[in-house]
Design a protein around this ligand. Structure first.
Ligand SMILES: Cc1ncc(COP(=O)(O)O)c(C=O)c1O
Length: 434
């Protein structure tokens, strides 16, 4: 966008109340401009706003991303907006003035309001939310906390995340539970096929089904509700790995019909690196042993899952600012923009000979994450080309039956960034700049 267009966009936004204007003098320009852009956006539908580069330009200004590269690996971890980084640094400095006082007596008072806020955006009760440091910690709390005996079966897929697979394998090795593997043929736009793969693996011995809401390798969204409903009919508990779904697109945890849900908050919520969350359905809490022992491991208090010892409270408390930022953009606008960005680059490359897409373009089957490969080439070759020639940072994937480069934009990604990616893919197919 040219400077002229940007100015014209701001001019079109109208005037503000005197209070808003006065308070704006103490705030940085990016924040004042974003305020105006959001004000303007109120009258527009999320789908309409998804392709409005002017609006998203102001969102981009809230981040401090490197101008030296184009980061299209937001699937790994997301940067935090500046307000989140600043809060974390302030809390950190405060902790170092008198750690035991500021950490345990002051900052810790923020934990219950934070629990409420996390519960609000998840659509559940605060009494069902535990604050953790990442998705692995949240999910392993359930994986290791469930009472299972030798011979009990757990259904999971080969396309699940390695940490989770390893946790289940450890239980198999030590306790003799049986892992029953589903091998998904992806991408798919057939929910009956996807759910059916899990359902046909259920037996009278199945106790748990582990479902990854969004497959991290290629961004496939799985029909969790369909799987959960079938599982519950057979008395099977449902654990959802929501590392990649939470705050990525709109849903509430109850809409999934699961018993347990673990997620990172440093991915799509854009909270500080090292934050996560666990949901356990109220009536299921007593039966789950905490990963870090608590006074009463059979208590029905969700806080028994938070005995992790001394930890970075400043990171935890900054989660609240990330929720504020998420609320400000709005879940529907965010989802529509992410889908728009993925489909923007995928549509541009899909007809290039030898290019193969491994993610659906249809809403409901994928959102921000997309995977692409080039016939006859290894994923690492394309990844390296994009980085070496254009400083476009992506990730090459070779996992089970999935091979390709994963591309993950974020709310701060512009279509101009994606045009560089598209150019790079085109050139790579032709054999380089030559
Ligand atoms: C599907 C999935 N589950 C779990 C995790 C683990 O997340 P964390 O690194 O926050 O523990 C990831 C991380 O990429 C993931 O993609």
């Amino acid at each position: 966008m040219t400077a002229y267009n940007r100015r014209r966009f701001l001019d079109a936004l109208g005037t503000f109340s005197a209070t808003a204007l006065l308070s704006s003098f103490s705030r940085p320009a990016w924040s004042r401009n974003l305020d105006k852009a959001l004000h303007h956006a109120e009258a527009r539908l999320p789908g309409e706003l998804a392709g409005d580069e002017d609006f998203w330009y102001y969102v981009q200004q809230s981040f401090t991303t490197s101008p030296e590269l184009i980061n299209l690996n937001n699937g790994g971890v997301s940067p935090s907006p500046k307000i989140v980084q600043d809060a974390m640094k302030r809390y950190h400095d405060l902790c170092n003035e008198a750690p035991s006082y500021y950490m345990w007596r002051i900052l810790d008072q923020g934990r219950e309001p934070l629990r409420k806020d996390l519960a609000r955006i998840s659509g559940v009760s605060p009494e069902e939310i535990a604050i953790h440091r990442n998705a692995s910690e949240a999910l392993e709390t359930v994986i290791f906390g469930l009472e299972l005996k030798a011979g009990d079966e757990v259904v999971l897929s080969k396309q699940d995340y390695p940490n989770m697979i390893n946790a289940w394998k450890q239980r198999e090795r030590r306790e003799g539970i049986k892992l029953v593997w589903v091998n998904l043929d992806l991408p798919s736009e057939d929910n009956d096929y996807l759910a059916g793969q899990y359902i046909k693996a259920f037996t009278p011995k199945t106790k748990v089904v582990h479902v990854t809401h969004v497959i991290n390798w290629n961004g496939q969204i799985l029909p969790v509700r369909q799987i959960a409903d079938a599982a519950h009919k057979q008395g099977i508990e449902v654990l959802v790995d929501g590392a990649h779904s939470f705050a990525h697109f709109e849903f509430t945890i109850p809409s999934l019909g699961c018993d347990y849900f673990g997620t990172s908050l440093h991915k799509w919520l854009a909270a500080c690196i090292g934050s996560g969350m666990l949901f356990v359905k109220k009536e299921k809490i007593p039966a789950i042993y905490p990963l870090f022992a608590a006074g009463d491991p059979k208590s029905d208090n969700i806080r028994k899952f938070e005995s992790q010892g001394t930890r970075p409270f400043f990171i935890e408390q900054a989660i609240g600012k990330a929720i504020g930022f998420y609320d400000m953009i709005g879940p529907a606008r965010k989802e529509q923009r992410l889908l728009y960005l993925k489909n923007y680059w995928m549509n541009a490359v899909k007809d290039i000979p030898k290019v193969k897409l491994h993610t659906s373009l249809r809403p409901g089957f994928g959102c921000a994450i997309g995977m692409v490969s080039v016939e006859g080439k290894k994923a690492a070759e394309l990844e390296n080309y994009l980085f070496n020639e254009y400083k476009v940072h992506t990730v090459g994937i070779e996992w089970e039956n999935l091979r390709g480069v994963r591309v993950t934009p974020n709310v701060y990604t512009t279509t101009r960034d994606l045009d560089v990616l598209i150019k790079g893919i085109r050139e790579f197919v032709k054999g380089g700049k030559g």
